[in-house]
Design a protein around this ligand. Structure first.
Ligand code: MLT
Length: 324
């Protein structure tokens, strides 16, 4: 009897000392897939956050730009990645809502992904190349309507935020635009500054430094309130197009089945970054708005995404967007 008890203790001790301790997450760098070009608004926001997240996580946050098809290729890369927390994806209204109403995706935006955290949002802005003979939004609308051919509008591809905003701008203004797809609004901005395209219905964070530098012209912020860091730019309400409001929300998602512990750690690292004064200042300086505190959980992002799908899919499907 005593002999079997001692044997059992010995076995238990052997097991306790041999079983590897639950591996601390993360134990090596995390990759964030940004589905748009480097240098654009999504990339800029994620790089600023990543610099601070690595302090909380104790591991580097690597940015991988996997672009194309309005961001749906980058999202697919995340869906098909191992659900271990080491590959997650940046996204927004375009990639995690609109694309589901436009592309035949080989994944489901809700059931194949785990929401991690809501990120800062970005009011959209109407900007043009400097050569456009207009100083106000009514002048711009007059010029756009007077043209024999539709003006060219840079986007990050069908379904991207700049495309969805372009569709909403057309619906609100009655103007028709010729959309010119890029792999991100970073390269589209280069062509706007160069005068190769006429306008972008852009994210404020992507345009604000070019507007400050005087290399492009801004007409209105698509919101009811001005952007604190660009008080000189009127709202669409003030500029005569009150029907056009759009603020782009963004988030992080992980592959379906990613351990809860990993999601919780990444969520906490983002919240730490958003509360870090230096990081927050960098983000706000781009015109970004911090997400509401009551929407900081993974569940809150999941619920918000579902609500936005219910709101936007009928609108986008009604626009009969075709993709080659
Ligand atoms: C980008 O980072 O290029 C944008 O998020 C693209 C877009 O959706 O307009």
């Amino acid at each position: 009897m005593v002999k079997s008890f001692l044997t059992a203790c010995a076995l238990l001790f052997a097991f306790a000392t041999s079983a590897p301790a639950a591996e601390k997450f993360p134990s090596h760098p995390i990759t964030v897939v940004v589905p748009f070009s480097a240098g654009g608004p999504s990339d800029a926001m994620m790089r600023i956050l990543g610099e601070r997240m690595k302090v909380t996580l104790g591991e580097a946050v690597l940015i991988e730009n996997t672009t194309g098809a309005g961001g749906s290729i980058g999202v697919g890369r995340v869906v098909h990645s191992p659900p271990d927390g080491y590959t997650i994806g940046f996204g927004h209204l375009g990639t995690h809502v609109a694309n589901g109403a436009i592309y035949k995706l080989n994944y489901d935006l809700v059931t194949d992904l785990e929401p991690v955290v809501l990120l800062p949002s970005n009011p959209m802005i109407v900007v043009s190349k400097n050569a456009v003979p207009a100083k106000t939004l009514p002048d711009l609308l007059g010029w756009l309507k007077s043209r024999p051919q539709p003006a060219t509008a840079g986007t990050a591809g069908a379904g991207s935020a700049s495309h969805v905003a372009g569709l909403a701008f057309e619906a609100a203004s009655g103007v028709k635009l010729q959309f010119v797809p890029y792999r991100g609004t970073g390269p589209a901005m280069n062509d706007l500054v160069g005068g190769q395209i006429d306008v972008i219905i852009d994210q404020t964070s992507n345009s604000i430094n070019q507007v400050r530098a005087g290399t492009i012209r801004a007409y209105a912020i698509a919101d009811s309130k001005r952007v604190a860091q660009a008080q000189e730019i009127p709202t669409t309400d003030e500029a005569g197009l009150p029907a056009f409001h759009m603020t782009l929300w963004s988030g992080l998602w992980a592959p379906k089945g990613t351990p809860r512990d990993a999601i919780t750690r990444i969520n906490a690292a983002v919240l730490d970054a958003l509360h870090d004064p230096a990081t927050r200042k960098q983000l706000e300086n781009l015109g970004l708005e911090m997400p509401p505190a009551d929407k900081s959980t993974p569940e809150a992002l999941g619920a918000w995404q579902k609500a936005e799908i219910a709101k936007w899919w009928p609108i986008i499907k009604a626009a009969h967007v075709t993709v080659d």
